[in-house]
Write a protein that binds this ligand. Sequence first.
Ligand code: PMP
Length: 356
Amino acid sequence: MSRLWSRTARDLSPYVPGEQPRLADLVKLNTNESPFGPSPLALAAMRTAAADDLRLYPDPEATELRQALASFHGVTPEQVFVGNGSDEVLAHAFVALLKQRRPLLYPDVTYSFYPVWAQLFDVACETVPLDDEMRVRIADYRRDAGAIILANPNAPTGIALSRAEIAGLLDEHRDIPVVIDEAYVDFGGESAIPLVADHPNLLVVQTMSKSRGLAGLRVGYAIGDSGLVEALVRVKDSFNSYPLGRIAQAGATASVRDETYFRESCARIVEGRDALVRALGELGFVVLPSRANFVFARHPAMDGATLASALRDRAVLVRHFARPRTAPYLRITVGTADDTRRRVAAASDILGTRAT
Ligand code: PMP
């Protein structure tokens, strides 16, 4: 540890992103990326944007992208905030909205970046345990709170709450900011965006990294009352006023406008998930009911760490979270049909069973 580090840098426990190895012929199912590329229209728009005017700064307000998102989601551009991946949008939300005098609530098992931002920005927080079935129980949030953040579907469980349940949560917490992180909502979840109209305290965060196959571009966004968006803009303009470059704005805008490609790739991933769940079930895995582009599964005969490392030896990468409640499980991204076949063959080899 360097003597030159600030106290802040010394005290951090940073988020650990999933591995991005440079091995050939790997089945990479550890970071919930899309197995399909971005929309061809998005690729074409980015090629066009790779031009001489890159010498100019981009539009700091990403006006066209915000307009495209507003019309896609049936809101106004003033209700849309965009950032460099939803991680950046969420980080700004921690500073702009979630840091309150009373504690921020989130589940004990959820996106592991939340505690990291809470620490970085010195946000008072309390975790609320998932129930015995690894579900978020809205009734457990009926307590004194300064703000709430929930991932829906939750990560890494993949389990989703209905829009009615989110509405119930909002009815009980009308005066505090509530952030719903919908990184995985496009694979069969119900978005809370329709609730924004009646709930000026609701911010919904989404990403282009999963369902739009653009993890490499880094584009995320939030939709909420213009009052909440204004707070996010204040933080953004105190940190980096050009979070999205020209190429990212062009590609993301074209992606949002290509609704057909988006719907088709989501449907294909849902089909792939159904096939993966069936195949894992046949191998004896217990799989939580997922509405995401990944599944969270455990095998009664082998602990998660052993299984993850044996899969890695067979060139299949999955994610394992070594905390007490998650240790038995593996988080497996839905890949192509071929990825699923190879993954199931490797697991079957490890477990000494035959996939039927
Ligand atoms: N929220 C959740 C629940 C996630 O799992 C992720 C992906 N790690 C993100 C947000 C961030 O995604 P991105 O920054 O790529 O938009």
